[in-house]
Design a binder for this molecule. Structure first.
Ligand code: DAT
Ligand code: MG
Length: 151
């Protein structure tokens, strides 16, 4: 059974717009397994570590402001090729270029309010999961249909 995991964050605009349920539904429907979930007001410290590769970008201050403007919902999803698949499900960083059928392509218009985060590589996923879910917060549970979705 494939144990690949990725970090998905419903950003403050997604929470404000009551999109949490629809986003979770897409990942459940696809067949992925939820192994961690929490709602929090993210600290600037955690966020600066999360976006450490972007600190020199001109949009970085606005990104920090946006991401700390309200609560977020952060999740870890597990399953076969979940990192690549969830990037496809989330869509292009800029919603104007995101395909219909993706979260960003269906729910957003502008890159500075793009509803959701998804880890972009195995290294990023490992790093981000460790950052947002330190210790032993993730659950290891058996899903009865995992022979369908994970092998
Ligand atoms: P992604 O979220 O698709 O992985 P990223 O890691 O390059 O994209 O950037 C992280 C976030 O920063 C992105 O979701 C929205 C914001 N961002 C990226 N490029 C931007 C830009 N040109 N203007 C404003 N915000 C931007
Ligand atoms: Mg990214």
């Amino acid at each position: 059974v494939e144990k690949e995991q990725t970090l998905i964050v419903v950003k403050p605009d997604g929470v404000q717009r009551r999109l949490i349920g629809q986003i979770i539904q897409r990942f459940e429907q696809r067949g992925f397994k939820l192994v961690g979930l929490k709602m929090l007001q993210v600290s600037e410290d955690l966020l600066s570590q999360h976006y450490c590769q972007l600190t020199s970008k001109p949009f970085y201050p606005r990104l920090m402001e946006y991401m700390t403007s309200g609560p977020v919902v952060v999740m870890v999803w597990e399953g076969h090729k979940v990192i690549q698949s969830s990037r496809m499900m989330v869509g292009h960083t800029n919603p104007a270029e995101a395909q219909a059928g993706t979260v960003r392509g269906d729910f957003s218009l502008h890159v500075s309010r793009n509803v959701v985060h998804a880890s972009d590589s195995l290294e990023a996923a490992l790093r981000e999961i460790q950052l947002w879910f330190p210790g032993k917060e993730l659950l290891n549970w058996d899903c009865i249909d995992q022979y369908i979705t994970c092998e």
